[in-house]
Structure formats: C-alpha cells, structure tokens
Design a protein around this ligand. Structure first.
Ligand code: KIV
Ligand code: NA
Length: 265
C-alpha cells in the first residue's frame, strides 16, 4: 500500500474521489481499520466518551490522547493518523498550542493534529502550521464547546452562524489547513462550504455534498445502543453479536463444555 498523506487527500478531492475516515483509539482496532483501507484514522477526543465513559470530551488529557495515538500509530501501514488536540491543550495561547501539538507529533508519531474552531484559534493554527505540523480544522458542532452551545443539535441553521461558518472555512483554507471536519450542519450549507474551498471537507451529519465522511467506529459497528442520531448508519449490530458470544462462553464454562479435550495440554 502507498501511504496516505495530507497531500493525497487534497489530490483525492480534486479527482472527485471521496475520503473515508473513522476513529480508532487502540492498536487492535487501528490494525483492522488500516487493513480495511480506510484513508484517515482519527484518534478523536471522543475517546473521552467511548473509551473512558465520560459524558463529554472535555475531561480527556493530552497525556491520555498521546497514549491512544501512540497505540494507533503502531498499527498503521497506510492510513493517515490525525490526532485531536484535547480541550485545554490549545485554547490559552498559541505557544501552548504549539507545545501540545509538538508533544503529540513527538510522543505518538501521529501525522497531523485536529483543532476545533475558526478565527478564535487562528494564531494557534498559524503557529502550529509554521512548525511544519499539518492541521485539520473542525467547524460546525464542536463538542469541546458543548457548555456554550447547551445542546448537541444541528448547528448553523440561522444565517449569522452559517455566514460565520463559511468565513471560518475560507480562513482555515487560507491559513493552510489540509482539511476540515464539518459536524452536524445542514447538508445544503455543508455542500456550499465544500464547493467554496479546495481542501477536503469531511462531514459527520453534514450530508453527501462534502468530500468525505467520518464516523465514530464504536457507533457504526453498533457497539453503542443508546446513541442514535439520524446521521449514524450502523454497519453491524456488534452489541448483540458480542452479547451472544459472551453468553455462549459463560454457558459453556458452566456446563463444562469449555475447555474440551483439544483445548487443553
Ligand atoms: O472526536 C471525534 O470522534 C471527532 C469526530 C466525530 C469528527 O472529532
Ligand atoms: Na473530536
């Protein structure tokens, strides 16, 4: 396999080839995702929810993100690995942001960082890009700002927020970001944004008019039964499949069926 780079993603957009992206937080899962030919692996701060059981993405630390990212990177042959800068690691000032991004690159071996926000984090994005670290933007519903929004519903339904979002997308492109994640905004707006920039726009709950799609892997595998937003397509019912397997295992132990003669020394 030829390795995916930030440049190949921009080339894919110009060819009209859609980009596939999924989250992963650990070695074994990342091995499967990479082997399946997914273009981009996101070590998302959704690890805070999915791996650690927190209600929001806010509590996860930079050290914890580095641990997840390093585990993912060890599994990769082809995919581009993008690592979320967690809440609190880049908002104070541009120097702190650069220090955090450098730690991710050095200590995990990830290939790029992702940051939530537009013009309000412009200086930090610039500084990180100046150090040679590729940055993926993230606009629309930005979960690190959940306490400002108050809800996880669709963003930018009104004109003022939509206008700001379009400006932010142009700004991110101008600064030199290689891609933008656009989360939970109306499909028509997302398509407009994707058409207005030459860098790929990767959507989650942003419709089909964008340049690629991302989902949280545990959600699309159906491991999570409670989280059911409209944009989520479940490709497996792994919760049910796993539960059946675990129950069978327990039954086999209790009946004395496991282990059998061939399963011992
Ligand atoms: O952390 C995450 O999983 C994300 C994706 C939903 C884009 O940021
Ligand atoms: Na995230």
């Amino acid at each position: 396999y030829k390795r995916i780079t930030t440049k190949s993603l921009v080339d894919m957009k110009s060819r009209g080839e859609k980009i596939s992206m999924l989250t992963a937080y650990d070695f074994t899962m990342a091995q499967i995702v990479d082997g399946a030919g997914i273009d981009v692996i996101l070590v998302g701060d959704s690890a805070s929810n999915v791996m650690a059981g927190h209600e929001t993405t806010l509590p996860i630390t930079l050290d914890q993100m580095i641990y997840h990212a390093a585990s993912v990177v060890r599994a990769i042959n082809r995919s581009l690995v993008v690592v979320d800068l967690p809440f609190g690691s880049y908002q104070s000032d541009a120097k702190e942001a650069l220090r955090s991004a450098i730690r991710i690159m050095k200590e995990s071996g990830g290939h790029a960082v992702k940051m939530e926000g537009g013009k309000e984090i412009k200086d930090s994005i610039k500084r990180i890009l100046n150090a040679g670290i590729p940055v993926m933007g993230h606009l629309g519903l930005t979960p690190q700002s959940i306490y400002k929004f108050g809800t996880y519903t669709v963003r930018a339904k009104e004109e003022t927020e939509a206008k700001q979002l379009k400006e932010d997308a142009l700004l991110l492109e101008k600064l030199g970001c290689f891609a933008i994640v656009l989360e939970k905004v109306p499909a028509k707006l997302a398509e407009e944004v994707a058409k207005s920039v030459s860098i790929p726009v990767i959507g989650i709950g942003a419709g089909s008019g964008v340049d690629g799609q991302v989902l949280v892997i545990h959600d699309m595998l159906g491991m999570n039964t409670e989280f059911s937003p409209r944009f989520l397509r479940r490709y497996m019912d792994l919760h049910t499949e796993m539960t059946k397997a675990l129950q069978q295992y327990s039954t086999d132990i209790k009946s004395g069926d496991f282990p059998n003669e061939n399963e011992q020394y």
